[in-house]
Design a protein around this ligand. Structure first.
Ligand code: NAD
Length: 254
C-alpha cells in the first residue's frame, strides 16, 4: 500500500461498511491514515477493515448507529483511546427512506430519515469537534447529495430535506470553527454506483427515469471517484477550503 500525506493521522468514517464510505475508508488508508470504520452493519464494516488490512493499512471496526448520541460519544471516545487522536471525519452513514409523496409519507419514516441523515451529522459534530479541538484542529467532510441542492429525486421528500439540512449544518459549523483550525465541507455526489443507488434506481425506473441517461457523463459515478474528493478535502492541500459543497455528479447539476 502506497503511503502518502496522511501518515500518522487518524480518520473516522461512518457508514464505512458499504459504497461511498467503504471507498473513502480505503482511500484514507491508502493515504497513510489509521482508519476507524463505523457502521450499523458489522459484516459490512468488518469486510472494509479486512480489505484495508489486506492492502497493508491500519483499521478497526466499531459498531455505532449515527442516530444514537450515546453510541457516537462512545465511538469518538474509543477512537481517541485506541489511536490517541482524531484528525478527520467523514460523516457519511445514511439511508434513502421509502419512495413516497410528501402527503403519503408516514411520520415514523420521516423521523427515521431525518434522525439518521441529519441529526446523525449533528451528533457526529457534537462529539468529533471537541476531540479535534483537543488536538489543535482537524477536517470534517459530510456526505450530502445533489439532493441537498435540488428537489430530486421527487419521491424522496425526507431524504431531500435531510440533505438540504446537511448542507446548512455544514455551512454554519464551518463558519463557527474556521478560526479554531477545523475545516468542514460537504460533498454532493450525483448517481454513484452503490447498493443505495441500486435501490433508488429501481424506484426511478418505475417512474420511467433513467439515472444514467439523465447524466451528462452518460454513466454512474464510481465510489472511488467520490473518495478521492473526500481525502483531498481533508488533506493539507485543501487548507483554505471550508464551508463548501463540492458536487461530484458527472455534470448532473450543470
Ligand atoms: P450504501 O447503502 O451502500 O451505504 C450506506 C452505509 O450507511 C451502509 O453501510 C449502512 O449500513 C450505513 N448506515 C445506514 N444507517 C446507518 C446508521 N444509522 N448509522 C451508521 N451507519 C448507517 O449507500 P451509499 O450510496 O454508499 O451512501 C453513503 C452516503 O452517500 C449516504 O449518506 C447517501 O445518502 C449518500 N449519497 C449517495 C449517493 C449515491 O448515488 N449512491 C448519492 C448522493 C449521496
Amino acid at each position: 500500500m502506497e503511503h502518502t500525506g496522511l501518515a500518522g493521522r487518524v480518520a473516522l468514517v461512518t457508514g464505512g461498511g458499504s459504497g461511498i464510505g467503504r471507498a473513502s475508508a480505503l482511500a484514507f488508508a491508502r493515504a497513510g491514515a489509521a482508519v476507524v470504520v463505523s457502521d450499523v452493519s458489522a459484516s459490512g464494516g468488518e469486510e472494509t477493515v479486512r480489505q484495508i488490512s489486506a492492502a497493508g493499512g491500519e483499521a478497526c471496526f466499531i459498531l455505532a448507529d449515527v442516530a444514537d448520541g450515546e453510541q457516537i460519544a462512545a465511538l469518538v471516545a474509543a477512537t481517541v483511546s485506541r489511536y490517541g487522536r482524531l484528525d478527520y471525519a467523514h460523516n457519511n452513514g445514511g439511508i434513502e427512506g421509502p419512495l413516497s409523496t410528501v402527503v403519503d409519507l408516514d411520520e415514523g419514516e420521516w423521523d427515521r430519515v431525518i434522525d439518521i441523515n441529519l441529526k446523525g451529522v449533528w451528533w457526529c459534530f457534537k462529539h468529533e469537534i471537541p476531540a479535534m479541538l483537543a488536538n489543535g484542529g482537524g477536517a470534517i467532510v459530510n456526505t450530502a447529495s445533489v439532493s441537498g441542492l435540488k428537489g430530486f429525486p421527487p419521491l424522496l421528500p425526507a431524504y431531500v430535506a435531510s440533505k438540504f439540512g446537511v448542507v446548512g449544518l455544514t455551512a454554519v459549523a464551518a463558519r463557527h470553527y474556521a478560526r479554531q483550525g477545523i475545516r468542514i465541507n460537504a460533498i454532493c455526489p450525483g448517481a454513484i454506483d452503490t447498493p443505495m443507488l441500486d435501490r433508488i434506481g429501481e424506484g426511478a425506473q418505475r417512474l420511467g427515469v433513467s439515472l444514467v441517461a439523465e447524466n451528462p457523463a452518460g454513466r454512474l459515478g464510481d465510489p472511488a471517484e467520490v473518495a478521492e474528493a473526500v481525502v483531498w478535502l481533508c488533506s493539507d492541500s485543501a487548507s483554505f477550503v471550508t464551508g463548501q459543497t463540492l458536487t461530484i455528479d458527472g455534470g448532473f447539476l450543470a
